[in-house]
Design a protein around this ligand. Structure first.
Ligand code: PMP
Length: 434
């Protein structure tokens, strides 16, 4: 027997090697990693430069505890990251994963209000559906039924009011206005923050609001003294074709879209090491430091120098190879190809997304509704695996129905020919699983 505690009872293939967009298993199969292992491996597998940077760091200084030391690599990285993201005055708080990063963001938002004497502001408004992490606080903030129902009661349900998912058929500003009603209903003096994924990942593959949404959300938050947290764990670091998805389209005529806190993960170290974190703006940082003098929070492995060295090397690659730009170009190619597949496979109801964070919504062509049968996305994903393509199936249960979808997000370094190969494999999988 194996002593590994697997996530489920299904058999797992053993991965032995990765190179570029491909993974190899111990049976000699070559698989195109069409979802970058949950949209993580942004720079592709097997990058020697990243491995060497990590080894050099481990030989020099492998670990310091963040309550006692900073490190040269962390100082350098925080500055490089802030400039890359276009947030030069923001501070980087490092952790090891997206859930930890969102827990940190929620606690930081609450502490910020307490420092201001606003002790009643504890609620965090999120959207339905959404996914912000697996730890109990981040899960309570998430609006993804399938992952929540086994663990109820979650912490104080009143603390997590929910806003409807974006409706791209509405003008962005009008859509965002719905936040006002949620804040009013919750009681503005009780709301600490609004948190959302600018381009939605696992819970609603590739869904994005119309232009103008985030500018209005930011304005409404300012009006009510509520912090705006952008969860860019999946959508950030160039994946959507811009350093931050919340700023897609550049400076917005309807106002500044700079969130108070930006949460990052996955693509930061692109899977080479556990690295995630948040960027906090000056107002939030200064309020906390001038109040208690410390963010009363921390994790042992926060800012691990080897993880940060991986992040720095990944950032060199993302900038040096223009991978944000590449995500736009290759994403446009993939989206066009997916539209052609939609025309041929009526089960594909919708294809959507930005850059290389794309969703394929599966459903019943007769009703145009997401398929009520559980496991449709898993079936298509299994067929894709047979064809040599890894996808990320999802079935976020929400609004009383299932939204079966495939999330597609290959490494940003994918070539034109590899995108074409991905589309051929998906075409074959949709045919085989029909
Ligand atoms: N936020 C978003 C938007 C995510 O996509 C994820 C992971 N899928 C998380 C948070 C949680 O990150 P992690 O799994 O690294 O804890």
């Amino acid at each position: 027997m194996s002593n590994v505690f697997y996530r489920s009872s299904k058999p797992y293939p053993t991965a032995v090697r990765g190179e570029g967009v491909y993974l190899y298993d111990d049976q000699g199969h070559r698989l195109l990693d069409g979802s970058s292992g949950a949209l993580v491996a942004n720079v592709g597998h097997g990058r020697a430069a990243v491995a060497e940077a990590m080894a050099a760091q481990a030989r020099g200084l492998a670990f310091v505890h963040g309550s006692q030391f900073t490190s040269e690599v962390l100082e350098t990285y925080a500055t490089r990251l802030a400039h890359f993201l276009g947030l030069p005055d923001f501070r980087f708080w490092a952790v090891s994963g997206g859930s930890e990063a969102n827990e940190s963001a929620i606690k930081l938002a609450r502490q910020y209000h307490v420092e201001r004497g606003e002790t009643g502001r504890f609620k965090v408004i999120t959207r339905l559906p959404s996914y912000h992490g697996a730890s109990l606080g981040a899960l309570a903030a998430s609006g993804m039924g399938a992952r929540r129902e086994l663990y109820t009661p979650l912490m104080n349900p009143d603390a997590w009011p929910k806003m409807p998912r974006p409706d791209p058929a509405l003008a962005g500003a009008e859509d965002a206005e719905r936040l006002r009603a949620v804040i009013e209903a919750a009681g503005p003096e009780t709301v600490a923050a609004f948190m959302c994924e600018p381009v939605v990942g696992a819970s609603d593959a590739g869904l994005a609001p119309a232009d103008g949404y985030h500018a209005r959300v930011a304005a409404i938050c300012r009006e009510y003294g509520v912090l705006f947290i952008a969860d860019e764990v999946m959508s950030g670091m160039g994946r959507c074709g811009a350093p931050l998805a919340v700023r897609l389209g550049g400076p917005h005529p309807q106002g500044d879209v700079t969130p108070d806190i930006v949460v990052l993960g996955k693509g930061l170290a692109a899977g080479y090491a556990p690295l995630a974190g948040l960027m906090a703006g000056g107002e939030v940082y200064d309020t906390v430091m001038q109040g208690s003098g410390a963010f009363k929070h921390g994790f042992t492995y926060a800012g691990h120098p080897v993880s940060v060295a991986a992040g720095l090397s990944v950032l060199d690659i993302v900038e040096g190879e223009g991978l944000g730009e590449a995500a736009r170009t290759r994403g446009a190619q993939l989206l066009t190809g997916l539209q052609a597949l939609k025309a041929r496979h009526p089960r594909v109801l919708e294809v959507r997304g930005h850059g290389l964070l794309l969703g394929v919504v599966l459903g019943d062509p007769a009703t145009g509704e997401a398929d009520p049968t559980p496991g449709v996305a898993e079936r298509v994903a299994a067929a894709a695996r047979e064809c040599g393509l890894i996808t990320y199936p999802g079935s976020g249960a929400h609004d009383g129905r299932r939204g079966d979808h495939l999330l597609l997000g290959p490494p940003l370094s994918i070539s034109e020919a590899e995108v074409a190969e991905m589309l051929d494999m998906l075409d074959a999988a949709l045919t085989a699983s029909g």
